[in-house]
Design a protein around this ligand. Structure first.
Ligand code: IMP
Ligand code: MG
Length: 180
């Protein structure tokens, strides 16, 4: 078990498993009828997954444009599920196929908000790819079109995902086990 910053991290999905799954996901995505594809990575958690997935998409024969968006929950005192746009794109999405990429689908608020925004702006189709799906945590109607792995109900880190800004650099997805 690797020891990082005095915490033990138990590996949940190894770098090799993730790489294999990314290739499968890209093949699956390439089977959809995608034209003028725009990949939209939701910062910050999805940046590592997005970086690997776009290269797997290239190997699967796709040539997406890539953009980044940043959304965040409002603080206390506002409606749960209400989100604000921290960083927008200036790319015109009208008539385009958009593939939203996020690290984890939990309540679904992030993806529901971003999906609605792209449809409102006239995207032809919006599909969703997530590395991890916490199906037991979904709130309301939200499904990802492409899912890397079903995720158990643990807080996970690594492969772009953080706790308190730490552990994004880990090449695998793991669970923090406490002090070493
Ligand atoms: P949702 O809007 O409730 O679906 O939450 C999704 C977002 O919460 C993801 O984009 C992640 O940034 C974050 N998140 C949810 N679960 C975890 C976790 O276990 N580790 C790190 N980030 C998480
Ligand atoms: Mg996120």
């Amino acid at each position: 078990m690797p020891i990082v910053r005095s915490k033990k991290i138990e590996v949940l999905f190894s770098a090799e498993e993730i790489a294999r799954r990314n290739r499968e996901l890209a093949e699956e995505i390439a089977l959809s009828d995608l034209k003028n594809l725009l990949v939209l990575s939701i910062l910050k958690g999805s940046f590592v997954f997005a970086a690997d997935l776009i290269r797997a998409l290239h190997s699967a024969g796709l040539a997406p444009e890539v953009e980044f968006i940043s959304v965040s929950s409002y603080g206390a005192g506002t409606t749960p599920g209400e989100l604000k746009l921290l960083r927008d794109i200036d790319t015109d999405v009208a008539g385009r196929d958009v593939l939203l990429i996020d690290d984890i689908l939990e309540s679904g608020n992030t993806l529901r908000f971003t999906r609605a925004l792209m449809l409102e702006r006239g995207a032809r189709n919006v599909a969703v790819a997530v590395l991890l799906d916490k199906t037991m945590k979904h709130k309301g109607d939200i499904e990802a079109d492409h899912v890397g792995f079903d995720c158990p109900d643990h807080f996970v880190v690594g492969y772009g995902m953080d706790v308190g800004h730490a552990f994004r650099e880990l090449p695998f997805v793991g669970v923090v086990m406490g002090e070493a």
